[in-house]
Design a protein around this ligand. Structure first.
Ligand SMILES: NC(=O)c1ccc[n+]([C@@H]2O[C@H](COP(=O)([O-])OP(=O)(O)OC[C@H]3O[C@@H](n4cnc5c(N)ncnc54)[C@H](O)[C@@H]3O)[C@@H](O)[C@H]2O)c1
Ligand SMILES: CC(C)C[C@H](N)C(=O)O
Length: 364
């Protein structure tokens, strides 16, 4: 892989390789764009088939955070870390402390948080070595696990999508097919249940399914049946790339709105949804609740203020839908346009982020 060519093509600023033999740390920090502020994005721990796969994932996820943070109206750039390893077997305290020191060495250009494979406990360990970490324990006056807040944002975003599709944003009596009832989606099911929606759920973890069936009256289906069930809303909350050539023809839903990152396998699948008249809530706009919540820590965490800000996901999606309608473009293109316009608009008044003594981080 020609790294500089790739970085130049997609405008990446920095790629950092972190190695600590004693603890087994192998981490890649990718910083995509710091026009709006320091790069904030989570740390993913995963077993990658190859180092190249890990690098590509870090780069791709970092760029996603640039767009997510910009579209959410945050004064933050985009970055992400991947740690190569099995989160169930390979973690140790020294590893996360070594990683914390690498983050510290970037002097605020990158701030981390949770992602797949990392927990609040890991963030607390990182915090032993650096201030540039969020999603740490409420015991430190911080925001803790971002998942429930992500769920709240997805719920609000689903209501915006309903407004766009049906003219009313009530979800009462609507049927929502939820794929994956993990940390985010279980809480999402609670919001939906309380509003009177009907739930169809699936998960490869039978206990997760059972919980939703027992507590929220959900109907359970097998994992490969979720695409073809009769429903109003398909909510992908497990993996990426579930909107693809195989699944689109099966969908009965009029709305696709869920928590998963990178839902479209390829961008052309967003075009197909648009042509079919399916309202697609772009993933990085609807699932920004977690990052909005952890970002609030940089001002001294206030849960009420953070939740109010998460509610703006509704308005952000309505803007995306309006741009899509006005320009007759798919919603994923409209979201990119909204994010890029914000970055370009501020590019003139900001240069590449450097910690210079007066910055968002200095407020806490
Ligand atoms: N946690 C957050 O704050 C947050 C923020 C933004 C985006 N996301 C994204 O939302 C999604 C869910 O995040 P989470 O934190 O709830 O993760 P999670 O691991 O707690 O939940 C995912 C669930 O999906 C299930 N699953 C995996 N493969 C499946 C399959 N093939 N069919 C059905 N179910 C399957 C898993 O068993 C698990 O229960 C992820 O894509 C994540 O990247 C999460
Ligand atoms: C900063 C984190 C809370 C980001 C989250 N993992 C996401 O993908 O949005």
């Amino acid at each position: 892989m020609e790294m500089f060519k790739y970085m130049e093509t997609y405008d990446y600023e920095q790629l950092v390789f972190c190695q600590d033999k004693a603890s087994g740390l192998k981490a890649i920090i990718a910083i995509h764009d710091t026009t709006l502020g320091p790069a904030l994005g989570g740390t993913r721990m995963w077993t990658y088939a190859s180092e190249e796969d890990a690098i590509i994932d870090a780069l791709r996820l970092a760029k996603g955070m640039t767009y997510k943070n910009a579209a959410a109206g945050l004064n933050l750039g985009g970055g992400k870390t991947v740690i190569i390893g099995d989160p169930k077997k390979d973690k140790n305290e020294a590893m996360f402390r070594a990683f914390g020191r690498y983050i510290q060495s970037l002097n605020g250009r990158y701030i981390t948080a949770e992602d797949v494979g990392t927990t609040v406990n890991d963030m607390d360990t990182i915090h032993e070595e650096t201030d540039f970490v969020t999603g740490i324990s409420p015991a430190f006056g911080s925001s803790g696990n971002p998942s429930p807040v992500t769920a709240y944002g997805v719920y609000k975003g689903m209501k915006a999508a309903a407004k766009q599709a049906y003219g009313v944003d009530s979800l009462e009596g609507r049927t929502v097919a939820v794929q994956g009832v993990g940390n985010v989606a279980y809480k999402l099911c609670e919001y939906l249940y309380k509003e009177g929606a009907n739930l169809i759920v699936t998960d490869i973890n039978k206990e997760a399914v059972q919980r939703a069936v027992e507590n929220y009256g959900a109907k359970a289906v097998e994992p490969d049946e979720i695409y073809s069930v009769y429903c109003d809303i398909y909510a992908p909350c497990a993996l990426g790339a579930t909107i693809n050539d195989e699944t689109i023809p099966q969908l009965k839903a009029t709305i696709v709105a869920g928590a998963a990152n990178n839902q479209l396998k390829e961008t052309r699948h967003g075009d197909i949804l648009h042509e079919k008249g399916i309202v697609y809530a772009p993933d990085y706009v609807i699932n920004a609740g977690g990052v909005i919540n952890v970002a609030d820590e940089l001002n001294g965490y206030d849960s009420e203020r953070a939740m109010k800000r998460v509610e703006t996901i509704y308005d952000n999606l309505m803007r995306v839908f309006a741009i899509s309608k006005r320009d007759n473009i798919p919603t994923y293109v409209a979201a990119d346009r909204m994010a890029e316009e914000r970055i370009q608009g501020l590019q003139q008044s900001r240069s590449t982020f450097l910690l210079n003594g007066h910055h968002i981080i200095s407020r806490r």
